[in-house]
Design a protein around this ligand. Structure first.
Ligand SMILES: NC(=O)C1=CN([C@@H]2O[C@H](COP(=O)(O)OP(=O)(O)OC[C@H]3O[C@@H](n4cnc5c(N)ncnc54)[C@H](OP(=O)(O)O)[C@@H]3O)[C@@H](O)[C@H]2O)C=CC1
Ligand SMILES: O=C(O)C1=N[C@H](C(=O)O)C[C@H](O)C1
Length: 267
């Protein structure tokens, strides 16, 4: 499988370049990142990729005959890249967050019409996919729930894509169980924002940004006399790579657009 990485100079993109280059069944054929165009990939990602320079535009994927594009960029760029992939018949594995729901639906239509497929997941860490699944299981049995996500201080979007996905799945599980929005008893909001943002389904989301953190999330459920906390910690960006490689290997056999890692893991 010939793979091109979009956002190759970023925190996650560099890790993806290394993971693809190390995988015996995959070939790293292109690396795109406009801000680092022309720089040798050995310098950018610290891997042995003789002759591979960072390219400035996605058109490099055509020249390099890439079969799969892996996108870890920023939402507006990812949206343009994915439209390009659907149009040019290049499969896409996407981890970029912050793409609005309506745009995801537009992309679903485009990939349904395309010879290429797309796997889009807000979190490629297998532990994070399990966290979301465990939250769905807990949701019908607990009265209240709030999400606290904690990330490094270089993160551009808030709240995280993982938190929004978790909120959506927990809200759907609550609704299926006949539960409404979680109770919110605050009467006097002394400091605006103190109760976080309210995701669809009424679930409160709190975003923490601090140096030293990587990617962490706590989902706290409450019921009379008890609480249940489900937490996932990514201490290193290598944690996302098994999921990314799984998606790269499976994307050609999953028609249309697949949302989340769950379907690839069998849940
Ligand atoms: N799904 C998952 O498992 C995970 C998802 N993420 C998400 O991935 C995304 C990237 O995160 P991270 O690596 O930390 O961010 P970075 O800012 O470190 O990396 C993004 C890179 O993409 C580059 N870029 C911008 N526009 C383009 C373009 N059109 N083509 C190619 N490259 C482009 C940026 O360049 P410049 O800086 O010059 O703009 C930057 O080098 C975020 O949305 C984040 O939330 C992160 C971790 C895991
Ligand atoms: O920007 C990050 O770092 C991460 N982004 C993703 C998100 O927004 O959920 C996944 C993970 O939390 C790391």
């Amino acid at each position: 499988m010939r793979v091109g990485v979009l956002g190759a100079g970023g925190r996650v993109g560099r890790e993806v370049c290394r993971a693809v280059a190390d995988a015996p069944d995959l070939e790293l054929v292109a690396a795109v990142d406009p801000g680092m165009a022309g720089i040798d990939l050995r310098q950018v990602a610290g891997i042995d990729a003789p002759g591979l320079q960072v390219a400035s535009t996605i058109d490099e994927l055509v020249r390099a005959e890439a079969e799969v594009a892996v996108d870890f960029t920023v939402a507006p760029a990812a949206l343009a890249n994915l439209r390009w992939c659907a149009q040019h018949g290049v499969h896409a594995v996407v981890g970029t967050t912050g793409i609005p729901d309506e745009a995801v639906e537009e992309l679903r239509g485009r990939f349904e019409q395309s010879s290429a497929n797309c796997v889009l997941a807000a979190n490629f860490a297998i532990g994070a996919a399990l966290m979301t699944r465990f939250c769905e299981l807990a949701a019908p049995f607990m009265d209240g729930v709030e999400i606290i996500e904690l990330h490094h201080d270089g993160k551009r979007d808030a709240p995280s894509g993982t938190a929004l996905q978790t909120a959506a799945r927990v809200a759907a599980a609550r609704e299926a169980a006949g539960l409404g929005w979680p109770p919110d008893p605050t009467e006097d909001l002394v400091l605006p924002g103190a109760r976080g943002g309210r995701a669809p389904g009424g679930i409160r989301v709190h975003a923490v940004r601090l140096p030293g953190l990587v990617a962490h999330q706590e989902v706290v459920f409450g019921a009379v006399g008890q609480s249940l906390t489900i937490r996932h910690d990514a201490y290193d960006r290598s944690s996302f790579m098994p999921g990314v490689l799984l998606a790269v290997r499976q994307v050609a056999s999953r028609p249309g657009l697949t949302l989340g890692l769950g379907p690839l893991l069998g849940f």
